[in-house]
Design a protein around this ligand. Sequence first.
Ligand code: HEC
Ligand code: HEC
Ligand code: HEC
Ligand code: HEC
Ligand code: HEC
Ligand code: HEC
Ligand code: HEC
Ligand code: HEC
Length: 347
Amino acid sequence: MKSFLSLAVVAAIFFSCSTPQEPAPVENQAVRIHDTAWNTPGSPQFHGTVLAGKNYDSADCRQCHGNDYDGGLVQISCRSCHASYPHPQTWAGQGQGSHAVFLQTEGYPLGSCTGCHGADYSAEKQNTSCLSCHVQEKGPEACNTCHGQFDADASDLRNAAPPAGIAGERDTETRAVGAHQAHLALVDSTSAASMCSECHDVPATLNSPGHIDGDGRAEVVFDGWLATTASADGQLMPQGEYDDQTGSCSNTYCHGNWQLNKATATLSFIYAADSIAGANATPVWTDPASAACGTCHALPPAGHNPAETTACVTCHAATVDAAGEIIDTQKHVNGKINALAQESDMR
Ligand code: HEC
Ligand code: HEC
Ligand code: HEC
Ligand code: HEC
Ligand code: HEC
Ligand code: HEC
Ligand code: HEC
Ligand code: HEC
C-alpha cells in the first residue's frame, strides 16, 4: 500500500509538471486580465502565438507572473504547465542549468519538449531547432545522445556504449563504464548489436519498454547465444546472473561455465579425467584482473593432459601462438572447440 501511494504521488507530480493543465476557474470574470482564448492553442489570441509574434519576448509577463516566472503576484507559475519554460539563459549550454542536466535529473521527459519543439524536434524556435545541434539521424533520440560518445556516428551501436555513462562517467573503475570497451574490442561494427544483447535487452527505440524505467540503472541479462552456449552433452545450460551489489557476473559460458565429456569425445586422448571443464569464474565488472588469463579455465583446463603454455600452439594453433598469446578473437571464446585444425560445436 505504501509503495502504491508513493507511486501515485510521484505520478501526480510528474503529470502536473509535464502535462499542460487548465488553471483553476477564475471566479470573477470582471477582473480577468487575459483574453478568453489566451489559453486555447490554435487561436490567434493564444498566449504562445502572441509571444511567438513578439519573438518570444516574455519580459512583460514578469510583472504579474514573477521575475523568474514562478508565480509572482498572481501565483500562477508558467512552469505549472510547461515545467522547463521559460528556459533559463544557460539552457543551451553545458553543465548546471543546461537542458542536458535538466533532462537527466528529471528522468528524460523528452515528451514535454515536443509540444513546442515538434513531434520530430524540427520546429524552429528563433531559427534553431533541436536538429540544428542534434544532427544524428534520430535527433535527440539517437542512441549515443545520453550515453556513449555524443559526437560519434550513431549508426555504429558501439558508440552508444559507455564511456560516457549516463552521468558522464569516464573511468573504467565506475560500474557505468567498467569493461564495456574491453568486450567491444572483440567484435567488429557489424556484430556490435549482438554484442550488446549478450548482456542487455537492447531497446529498438528510446521509448521501448524496459529501457528508461526510472531506476536510472542498466539492467544486465544474459540471454544472448554465446553466454548461454550449452555443453556436457546438453546437460549444462548456463544461466548467467549479474549481481548489481557486487558488480560481478556468474555462470556465463564465456567465463568458463562449460564442460566436455570424454565419453562423447572423438579426440579423447587428451583427457586426463572423465571430463575437461572451465573454471566458472565470477569476474568483477570494474576489475580487469578478475578476468586475467587462467581465470576462465586453467592452463590447460581441469581434466586436460598437462602442457606448458608455450605448447598449446601445437594443437590449438588457430587460437594461440607459441608465446601463449591469443591470436584470433574470432576463434577464442566463440562457442566452438578449436583443436587440431578443426572447429566443432561445444557438445
Ligand atoms: C495553463 C497552462 C499554461 C500556463 C500557466 C502557461 N502556459 Fe504557455 N503554453 C501552454 C500550452 C498548453 C502551450 C502549447 C504547447 C504545449 O503543449 O506545451 C503553451 C505554449 C507556450 C508558448 C509557445 C511556444 C511556441 O512553441 O511557439 C510560449 C512562448 C509560452 N507558452 C509561454 C508562457 C509563459 C511565458 C507563461 C507564463 C507567463 C506561460 N506560457 C504559462 C500552457 C500554459
Ligand atoms: C497584469 C498582470 C498580468 C500580466 C502582465 C500577465 N498576466 Fe498572465 N495572468 C494574470 C492573471 C490575473 C491570471 C489569472 C487569469 C486571468 O485573470 O486572466 C493570469 C493567467 C495566465 C495564464 C493562465 C491561462 C488563463 O487563461 O487563465 C497564462 C497562460 C498566462 N497568464 C500567461 C501570461 C503571459 C504569457 C504573459 C505575458 C505575455 C502574461 N500572462 C502576463 C495576470 C497577468
Ligand atoms: C512552452 C514551449 C516550450 C517547451 C515546452 C520547451 N521549449 Fe525549448 N524553446 C521554446 C522557445 C520558444 C525557444 C526559443 C528561445 C526562448 O524563448 O527561450 C526555445 C529554445 C530552446 C533551446 C535553445 C535553442 C538555442 O539555440 O538557444 C533549447 C536547447 C531548448 N529550447 C530545449 C528544450 C527542451 C530540451 C525542452 C524539453 C525539456 C524544451 N525546450 C521545452 C519553447 C519551448
Ligand atoms: C544549441 C545546441 C542544442 C540545441 C538547440 C539542443 N541541444 Fe540537446 N544537447 C546539446 C549539447 C551540446 C548536449 C551535450 C551536453 C553535455 O554533454 O553536457 C546536449 C544534450 C542533450 C541530451 C542528453 C542529456 C544527457 O543525458 O546527457 C538530450 C536528451 C538533449 N540534448 C535533448 C535536446 C532536445 C529535446 C532539444 C530540442 C528541444 C535539444 N536537445 C536542443 C546541444 C543542443
Ligand atoms: C559483457 C557484458 C556487457 C556488454 C557486452 C555490454 N554491456 Fe552495457 N553494461 C554492462 C554492465 C555490467 C553494466 C553496469 C550495470 C550496473 O551495475 O549498473 C552496463 C551498463 C550499461 C549502461 C548504463 C551506464 C550507466 O551510466 O549506468 C548502458 C547505457 C549500456 N550498458 C549500454 C551498452 C551498449 C550500448 C552495449 C553494446 C554496444 C553494451 N552496453 C554492452 C554489461 C555489458
Ligand atoms: C534520452 C536519453 C537516452 C537515449 C536517447 C537512449 N538511451 Fe539508452 N539509456 C538511457 C538511460 C537513462 C539508461 C539507464 C537505464 C534506466 O534508466 O533504467 C539507458 C540504458 C540503456 C541500455 C542498458 C540496458 C537497459 O535498458 O537498462 C542500453 C543497451 C541502451 N540504453 C541502449 C540504447 C539504444 C540502443 C538507444 C537508441 C535506440 C538508446 N539507448 C537511446 C538513456 C537514453
Ligand atoms: C597434444 C595436443 C594438445 C595440447 C598440447 C593442448 N591441447 Fe587443449 N585440447 C586438445 C584437444 C584434442 C582438445 C579437444 C577435446 C575434445 O574435443 O573433446 C582440447 C581441448 C581443450 C579445451 C576445451 C575445448 C576447446 O577447444 O575449447 C581447452 C580450453 C584447451 N584444450 C586448452 C588448452 C591449453 C590452454 C593448452 C596449453 C596449456 C592446451 N589445451 C594444450 C589438444 C591439446
Ligand atoms: C574470458 C574468459 C577467458 C579467458 C580470460 C581466457 N579464455 Fe581461453 N577459452 C575460454 C573459453 C570459453 C574457451 C572455450 C572455447 C571457445 O569458446 O572458444 C576457451 C578456449 C581456449 C583454448 C582452446 C582453443 C579454443 O579456442 O577452443 C585455448 C588454447 C585457450 N582458451 C587459451 C587461453 C589463453 C592462453 C588465455 C590467456 C592468454 C585464455 N585462454 C584466456 C575463455 C577464456
